[in-house]
Design a protein around this ligand. Structure first.
Ligand code: ZN
Length: 301
C-alpha cells in the first residue's frame, strides 16, 4: 500500500496527515502557522511537520495544499493567506529538501478531489465545490477531472462578479462573491454597518439574523441574493450534477442556507431545472489534507 503525506497550509493553522491510497487517514495533526507568515519560517514549519508525520514510515509522496493561485509546476503565484509570497517555487524547494515527489495545488481543488474519492461526490463526475471560509474557494470537476485552465489556476469561483459595490476584495476587485459570502467579506460589511459593536464574530450573524436584527437582516439577505446569483451562473456554465458547499461558514449558516436548492432551481433556465442538487461537505477539517495527499498519490497534477 502506498502512503502519502498531505499538508494544508492555512493562514491560522498548518494541518497535516498520513493518507493511504484507499483514502484512509491514518494520522491527523495541526500546528500554528508562524505569525510572521514569512516564506522561510512557514517552509521551516512545514518541513518540521513532515518530519514528525513521516517518522518510522516509508513515504511515497507529499502533497501541499494552499489557498490562492498555484501554477501547474507548483509555484505559489499569489496566496491571500500569505500576502508577502510572490512566485515562490514551493514544489522545487521541498523536493530538494526531501528528495521525494512533491505536488502543490490549490486547497479547494484538494478538497474537491477528496470529495470525489471518498466524500459526497464519489461516483459523481460533474460537480462543483464552493468553500465559504476565510475567503470563498472554488473547484470544478467536469467529466471526472478537475478543470484547471491554461496556467492551472482556473476555477476561482469566489471571484465571480455578482455585485457592483461593497468592500474591495482581497484580489483587488469590487463585487466579487467573496466580498459578500466569506468570513473576511462579512466582517468588513459588519464594520461598515456598525454591527461590530454587537459582535465581532461572523458566526454570531446567524443568531442576530434569527432575532430579526435589522442590519444583520440586510447583510444576510444580500449574502443569500449574491450566492444565489453565483450558483445560477455556475449551473448554466458547468451543468453540474452536484454543488457541494464547504467551509466553516456553511456550517455556521446551515439554517440560513436551507431552501437554497429550491431558490436556485426556480431561477435557472427550464432545461436545467431539477438537474442538480446542493449538499453540504462530507469533509470539513481534514478535507485539504486528505484531498491533496490523494492527488499526490494518484499523480493527478
Ligand atoms: Zn475577488
Amino acid at each position: 500500500m502506498r502512503v502519502s503525506l498531505g499538508i494544508d497550509i492555512g493562514g491560522t493553522f498548518i494541518k497535516g496527515g498520513v493518507v493511504l491510497d484507499d483514502g484512509k487517514l491514518l494520522e491527523f495533526t495541526k500546528i500554528k502557522t508562524p505569525e510572521t507568515r514569512g516564506v522561510e519560517e512557514t517552509i521551516e514549519a512545514v518541513l518540521e511537520l513532515i518530519k514528525l508525520l513521516s517518522k518510522g514510515r516509508k513515504i511515497n509522496s507529499v502533497g501541499i495544499a494552499s489557498a490562492g493561485c498555484v501554477s501547474k509546476d507548483g509555484v505559489i503565484i499569489f496566496s491571500p493567506n500569505f500576502p508577502s509570497w510572490r512566485s515562490i517555487p514551493l514544489k522545487a524547494i521541498l523536493e530538494q529538501e526531501l528528495g521525494i515527489k512533491v505536488i502543490v495545488d490549490n486547497d479547494a481543488n484538494a478538497h474537491a478531489f477528496g470529495e470525489h474519492e471518498v466524500g459526497h461526490a464519489k461516483g459523481v463526475d460533474d460537480f462543483i465545490l464552493l468553500t465559504l471560509g476565510t475567503g470563498v474557494g472554488g473547484a470544478v470537476f467536469s467529466e471526472g477531472r478537475l478543470i484547471r485552465g491554461s496556467m492551472g489556476i482556473g476555477g476561482e469561483l469566489g471571484h465571480i462578479l455578482v455585485g457592483e459595490e461593497g468592500p474591495t476584495c482581497g484580489c483587488g476587485n469590487i463585487g466579487c462573491l467573496e466580498t459578500y459570502a466569506s468570513i473576511s467579506g462579512l466582517s468588513k460589511l459588519m464594520k461598515m454597518e456598525g454591527l461590530n459593536e454587537a459582535t465581532e464574530r461572523v458566526s454570531e450573524l446567524a443568531k442576530l439574523y434569527k432575532k430579526g436584527e435589522k442590519r444583520a437582516l440586510t447583510i444576510i439577505e444580500q449574502f443569500k441574493k449574491y450566492l444565489r446569483r453565483a450558483l445560477i451562473s455556475y449551473v448554466h456554465i458547468f451543468n453540474p450534477k452536484l454543488i457541494i458547499l464547504g467551509g466553516g461558514l456553511s456550517k455556521d449558516f446551515r439554517e440560513i442556507l436551507e431552501g437554497l436548492e429550491e431558490e436556485v432551481n426556480e431561477r435557472v433556465m427550464p432545461s436545467f431545472r431539477g438537474s442538480f442538487r446542493i449538499a453540504f461537505s462530507f469533509l470539513y477539517e481534514e478535507a485539504g489534507v486528505l484531498g491533496i495527499a490523494l492527488i499526490a498519490l494518484k499523480d493527478e497534477r
